[in-house]
Design a protein around this ligand. Sequence first.
Ligand SMILES: [Mn+2]
Length: 257
Amino acid sequence: MHILVTNDDGVWAPGIYALQAALRTLPDVRLTIVAPAENQSAVGHRKTLHNPMRIDPVTLNGGVEAFACSGSPADAIALALMGFVKEPVDLVVSGINQGPNLAQDITYSGTVTAAMEAVLYGIPAIAFLIDSWQEPIFDIAAKFARQFVPFVMSRELPELTLLNVNVPVGEIKGVQVTRQGRRRYHDELVERIDPGGRPYYWIGGEAPTGDTDEVGTDVWAVAQGCLSITPIRLDMTAHRFLESMQSWPIDQWTFSS
Ligand SMILES: [Mn+2]
């Protein structure tokens, strides 16, 4: 089994090192690491079309060989799967990210969008994240990944579908298969004045929260101390609303000659 490992915290981040170290101990597994050269958290599903990109070999601790890509996490996967990596890839794993990606976070997340890019190429993908931005401990998530990766490979994921795995910190109370919940963002615009007198802006505010009492969601599971696994499909159609839209009378309008 050939696994392509990436992340969005950058190739030098401790989370990707923990992930590759755990997977490396699996029998009959080969790893290729291609990850952003620098932290690209929250860049979303960015595709670089108007600038060239570079991929440089780097050596991580213990002589681990990896490649640092100047593009986004999704770019790293695209370049790898379009031919930079010569041998066929069986699975893409992304992480372990410092910080969770729950509910509506996923379209911001470079960790998840790298996995999205993989499934666009028909390669199954799993994103691993931990529910902490501070003093993260990757051991539990890495141990889970080591068991979960071969298990998923023994199954079949549907087309355009990835798995988003969020691991709480502390004692794990259980494992829940979940749906996306509802995030609540508390972003605030911070305006300041530069030395030249021109305003500049930051997005500030408190960390996001979420609807933790909506049972069965990723937000709920992690709030309970459970490891959350959400199958994510790259079909964002609002199916129920589409049905009610069928009764909109817009097909009777006249606007073409
Ligand atoms: Mn990140």
